[in-house]
Design a protein. Structure first.
Length: 129
């Protein structure tokens, strides 16, 4: 089951952070069709958030066709976004962790790391076209 977390400094609305975390879990194969999302009560207790915010996120995911509520049972994933399994990504994740440690050791802040990533990502995407 997915465990949500919120970053109050991100500038992203809390409900969108929840939506993005579900989307990312679907892309990485961490959630699959039939998996149950945490109940609103569980999310509220875990991340100290207003229940209406969680409901708004779950409604957005439902509108996107990614989840469906089953009254009295919970909210379930109805489709995935990527074919990959977590096993296939493990070596990449470990390499990325090592890279992040090196970047921080080199003095980059989170904002600097994000800027470097986004610029490199954009440049690489343009080269591949």
């Amino acid at each position: 089951m997915i465990e949500f977390h919120l970053d109050p400094r991100s500038g992203v609305a809390p409900y969108l952070q929840l939506v993005q975390q579900v989307q990312q879990a679907l892309l990485l194969g961490l959630l699959s069709e039939g998996d149950r999302l945490p109940t609103v009560k569980q999310v509220v207790e875990k991340v100290t958030i207003n229940p209406n915010t969680v409901l708004k996120a779950y409604r957005q995911l439902e509108q996107d066709g990614l989840v469906a509520p089953k009254p009295g049972v919970g909210t379930f994933v109805t489709r995935t976004l990527g074919p990959a399994s977590p096993v296939e990504h493990e070596s990449l994740r470990l390499e990325l962790q090592d890279w992040l440690k090196r970047a921080r050791t080199a003095g980059l802040t989170d904002a600097g790391i994000q800027a470097l990533f986004h610029t490199t990502f954009r440049d690489t995407a343009e080269e591949e076209r």
